[in-house]
Write a protein that binds this ligand. Structure first.
Ligand code: NAP
Length: 324
């Protein structure tokens, strides 16, 4: 008998077709009514869950009697209660590596856009303001040759650092749990405490996973340590920053600007950030290219197949549950 797979976010028709070749597939859809109700009805039958962006913990999974695996189409897994899944013996998988380069590209797009005021000046030109040559009040700042501080020199952090060091001749500082001697040699990077990184960097880029240790890692105190001429880029997760404190600092001009892809609450339909010309606000698109989303979907399906067919998934977040 075929196992049952529940898609807990919208998947492409091609992905649903591929899943349907092996499993009974349940794909909740807004056309069929309330999404939460459809999810709750299907959950007790599901052997596998696949998708992204739904909080899945003790409360949400209490009725998941048959569940063997949650295959997330993302590298970050902060929306899952890993402890609870492990306690229940449920595998959790993610999609590392395949999104590293495109997310690093996006981080660099935010660095360049904030420094050179790309979005702001694009809107300015389109509003018909370009009647004379641009005045110094609208000048940006250089990126090349500046100091780039990476908070979390993991896969994506290293890919951003590479772009900064090799493409833009930047000096690289980084902070994290452990020094990375190989990357230090490759990128001439220096491991420093977070406070020193904040004080010395012209661009601070946040690339840590969201956890109890990184929630509100950057608050009022940390923002005050940054140079007023510095720019803050967040492509990690919104709650890594105290967003109210950031908004205050941007409004008061205590920070030159911010390039943001993630927010405390998503989706974000309204925010004081939208009124700030020195904030570039993207709608969580770090990995949102056709090629990368396809690669993530394939990797998540590979993990799901392995788990449901008794093979060890390549990207097992909680290896303790694997009994071989
Ligand atoms: P990764 O390879 O696991 O790297 C994470 C890095 O964060 C590691 O180097 C780790 O340092 C560091 N770190 C962990 N806890 C820390 C702490 N308390 N303080 C300082 N550094 C800490 O992960 P990745 O693939 O680079 O992805 C990083 C995160 O980016 C993901 O978890 C996800 O939330 C986010 N992301 C966002 C998007 C987007 O669309 N905006 C796309 C992809 C990923 P050690 O190695 O020293 O432990």
């Amino acid at each position: 008998m075929k196992k049952t797979v529940l898609a807990f976010s919208r998947l492409s028709p091609a992905m649903l077709d591929a899943l349907a070749e092996r499993y009974e597939v349940i794909a909740p859809s807004p056309d069929k009514g309330d999404l939460d109700a459809q999810f709750a009805e299907a959950l007790p039958h599901a052997h596998g869950l696949i998708g992204v962006g739904r909080r899945l913990g003790r409360e949400q999974l209490a009725d998941a009697a048959r569940l063997e695996v949650v295959s997330s189409v993302s590298v970050g897994y902060d929306s899952y209660d890993v402890g609870y899944l492990t306690e229940r013996g449920i595998m959790l998988t993610n999609t590392p590596d395949v999104l590293t380069e495109s997310t690093a590209d996006l981080a660099f797009a935010l660095i360049l856009a904030s420094a050179r005021r790309v979005a702001e000046l694009d809107a300015w030109a389109k509003a018909g303001n370009w009647r004379r040559t641009v005045e110094p009040a609208l000048f940006g700042c250089d990126v090349h040759g500046k100091t780039l501080g990476i908070v979390g020199l993991g896969n994506i952090g290293a890919a951003i650092a590479r772009r900064g060091r090799l493409g833009f001749g930047m000096r690289v500082l980084y902070s994290g749990n452990t020094p990375k001697p190989v990357l230090e040699r490759e990128l001439d990077a220096r491991f420093v405490p977070l406070d020193a990184l904040l004080a010395e960097s012209d661009f601070v880029c946040l690339v840590v996973p969201l956890s109890d240790k990184t929630r509100q890692l950057i608050g009022r105190r940390e923002l005050a340590l940054m140079k007023p001429s510095a720019l803050l880029v967040n492509i990690a997760r919104g709650p890594v920053i105290d967003e109210a404190a950031l908004i205050e600092a941007l409004q008061a001009g205590r920070l030159r600007g911010a390039g943001l892809d993630v927010y405390e609450k998503e989706p974000l339909a309204e925010s004081p950030l939208f009124a700030l010309p020195n904030a570039v606000t993207l709608p969580h698109i770090g990995s949102a290219t056709r090629e990368t989303r396809q690669a993530m979907a394939e990797r998540a399906m590979e993990n799901l197949h392995a788990a449901l067919e008794g093979r060890r998934p390549r990207d097992l977040v909680n290896p303790q549950v694997w009994r071989g």
